[in-house]
Design a protein around this ligand. Structure first.
Ligand code: SF4
Length: 151
């Protein structure tokens, strides 16, 4: 599923795409269908078509990692080649170094219903902005705006 979203990445108009084959195991999983191998394979050509159909977006948001990290990293590079920023919502507690180099935004942490999503100050999840090799935790941006971001 794809959608254009304003809340998930601050100050960006993001084209968000659900990625199936989730490797996560969140106890309160909100999207169990994403653990299956479903949908169309996300290729550079598919991304080209999605971006062409959604003029004005400036960020491509991968909602999940799938099971092929090399393919995901290559897709992030393709997004950059299109002039867009690349964002990743990971359900993991940490990601490997190549991910920090490949994405402009990364959300870490499994979804825990008792902690709430990103827009709850009690959340266990964190959203990082990566710029110039530095990681900045920008999670608090969500707490002042009452947005419904976070998954
Ligand atoms: S990362 Fe998302 S889809 Fe995967 S187990 Fe956690 S909540 Fe479910």
């Amino acid at each position: 599923m794809t959608s254009v979203v304003l809340e998930e990445i601050p100050d960006r108009v993001s084209l968000a795409v659900d990625i199936s084959n989730c490797r996560g195991n969140c106890v309160g999983c909100h999207s169990p269908f994403l653990k299956e191998d479903i949908g169309e394979e996300l290729t550079p050509q598919v991304i080209d078509a999605l971006v062409a159909d959604n003029f004005g977006v400036n960020c491509f948001l991968f909602l999940g990692e799938g099971r092929d990290p090399q393919a995901l990293l290559a897709l992030a590079a393709h997004v950059h080649a299109l002039g867009l920023e690349a964002a990743l919502y990971s359900g993991r507690e940490q990601v490997e170094d190549p991910f920090w180099e490949a994405f402009d935004y990364i959300k870490l942490g499994p979804y825990r219903p008792e902690c709430g999503p990103l827009n709850k100050p009690t959340t266990n999840q964190r959203l990082y902005r990566i710029a110039g090799g530095r990681r900045e935790d920008i999670t608090a941006r969500f707490w002042h705006r009452g947005l419904e971001a976070g998954r």
